[in-house]
Design a protein around this ligand. Structure first.
Ligand SMILES: Nc1ncnc2c1ncn2[C@@H]1O[C@H](COP(=O)(O)OP(=O)(O)OP(=O)(O)O)[C@@H](O)[C@H]1O
Ligand SMILES: [Mg+2]
Length: 494
């Protein structure tokens, strides 16, 4: 087994034990130690542009985590022996069920084929999106789209869809290598630099990277593009929003490290290349497609449709006893506008805290809040009087949904404070408003025209504000879940 296969095995075991897959930085440590356990943490830190302290701390947590999963104490110098012993035992058990002609190689192949790749979002509870997947696959196969951008608010299902697409494309081609990076949760600013990531991808692909390559980003870029042109890969660039910054002059977003732009442009210009890139992002990036805009496609992701919402509850094991229970689930789905992470969290809550009893959940945690919001939305007038708690109606929602939304709002606050302020103010209105009405508030805050336009642009680029046409007027409204959390932030404004 090569390192990638071992990582797949470990991630599979982690998920079987209910733990999350290894994060990027954990995978780096695992990979380095697996390949050479005598390499010091300092060396690993330097080669991967991390601080030694981060590597040491994360490594010690990682060994504890893996010790729990394998049921044996794992340390840096024991990693290989423990995993190999585990494999040996599994193979022996498996061989009992195999006929004698099944060789180790056959077992290995079967094992890998059964296992998942290092998926973060896609899992067995997947529902729907068939048409969307079909159309994206057609874009790749027929229209020759090379870069797909999945754009939408947090928790809507971008990462899961990227992984699902990978799975489908791999099944078709049977040879796609997955290279990926997730820019969320990186504790080292340098991690986002193109050269660090390119170096890592090349290493993962067993391509030699020399010190000269590392000194010259142009060489590194060419080496990576040459490799992915000759070897069909799917590259998933996840949570791109973290490596974008505001262009002060024009108010749009651009890559902090311009090397990313050069890489994407060079990739787009390769006409004979079978690899593809899927980018997931909450914030729309600058368009780098230049002369190759046919190869660059943006797909907006919205929530699950009504039937998919009910299918998701069913898939998670929630059975409705009567029409009333079905209607509770439909009302939840509608108020949350099909927000995937939220509905999944609620389904899990019904299943675990209420033994699958929808009515009990509804009475205890759904009814009051949903009815309040429905009433507010029906009246559609004036301002919110009372805080909505859609994002924090129970502690599961608080930990899973509110946590992610807060991260988005904190990022926005740092990226463009006036956009954050505008979002908070907009959350106080129930009725959609025109752009000029909303921007009037920023005039009161002393903003100039450029700041106002840039704030509005940032909200649009984050998909935090929806366009709405009524009587030939363009109006803007917030997603219910976004309004719910933004109003809480509004109340905390100085
Ligand atoms: N079609 C689907 N069917 C079932 N579950 C889904 C579907 N799409 C997404 N999910 C689940 O919804 C949750 C949120 O999805 P995901 O993490 O992909 O969101 P995201 O848009 O990438 O969010 P973020 O911007 O915070 O990274 C995950 O638990 C995922 O498994
Ligand atoms: Mg994601």
């Amino acid at each position: 087994m090569d390192t990638n296969q071992v990582l797949d095995l470990v991630n599979k075991l982690l998920r079987e034990k209910g733990e999350s897959s290894l994060k990027d930085i954990e995978q780096i440590i695992f990979r380095e130690v697996w390949e050479d356990h005598q390499k010091s943490y300092l060396e690993i830190a330097i080669q991967n542009n991390y601080a030694e302290r981060s590597i040491t701390q994360i490594a010690s947590q990682l060994w504890l985590r893996l010790s729990r999963v394998f049921g044996v104490e794992i340390k840096k110098n024991k990693l290989r022996s423990v995993v190999e012993e585990y494999q040996r035992k599994r193979r022996a058990e498996k061989n009992l069920n195999f006929t004698s002609q099944n060789s180790d190689a056959t077992f290995e192949k079967t094992f890998i084929e059964q296992g998942h790749k290092s998926f973060i979002g896609y899992d067995d509870n997947w529902v729907g999106c068939d048409d969307l997947i079909k159309s994206l696959k057609e874009k790749i196969a027929i229209s020759k789209t090379k870069i797909i951008i999945l754009w939408g608010i947090t928790g809507i299902g971008k990462t899961a869809l990227a992984e699902k697409l990978y799975q489908e494309l791999e099944a078709q081609a049977n040879s796609n290598r997955l290279l990926r990076i997730n820019f969320e949760n990186q504790d080292q600013a340098d991690f986002e630099s193109f050269s660090t990531v390119a170096d890592r991808w090349l290493k993962e692909s067993n391509v030699l990277v020399t010190p000269e390559d590392r000194q010259d980003v142009g060489r590194l870029r060419k080496k990576l593009v040459d490799y992915i042109c000759k070897n069909p890969c799917l590259i998933i660039i996840d949570s791109l929003e973290w490596i974008l910054q505001e262009n002060q002059q024009y108010g749009w977003s651009e890559f902090k490290d311009r090397e990313w732009v050069d890489f994407l442009r060079l990739f787009l210009s390769q006409l004979d290349c079978q690899s593809h890139i899927i980018i997931t992002t909450q914030h729309l990036p600058e368009d780098v497609s230049a002369d190759y805009d046919n190869f660059w496609f943006i797909q907006i992701l919205e929530g699950l449709k009504s039937q998919e919402q009910i299918d998701l509850f069913k898939k998670i094991g929630i059975k409705t006893q009567d029409q009333a229970e079905l209607s509770y689930l439909e009302r939840l789905g509608k108020v949350y506008e099909g927000h995937t992470l939220t509905l999944k969290t609620i389904a899990a809550r019904i299943k675990t805290a209420y033994c699958g009893n929808v009515s009990a959940y509804w009475q205890e945690e759904g009814k009051e809040e949903i009815e309040k919001v429905e009433k507010d939305l029906e009246s559609f007038q004036g301002e919110i009087k009372e805080l909505w708690k859609l994002h924090s109606a129970n502690h599961n929602l608080y930990h899973k949904v509110c946590y992610r939304l807060n991260k988005t709002l904190e990022r926005l606050k740092k990226y463009n404070y006036y956009a954050y302020l505008l979002l908070c103010i907009t959350s106080t209105y129930l009725r959609p408003h025109s752009r000029s009405d909303l921007l009037e508030h920023l005039t009161d805050e002393g903003c100039n025209e450029i700041q106002k336009q840039s704030a509005f642009q940032a909200l649009t680029d984050e998909q935090l504000i929806d366009k709405y046409v009524e009587d030939n007027l363009v109006l803007y409204r917030l997603h219910n879940l976004v309004r719910s959390i933004a109003y809480e932030h509004f109340q905390r404004l100085d």
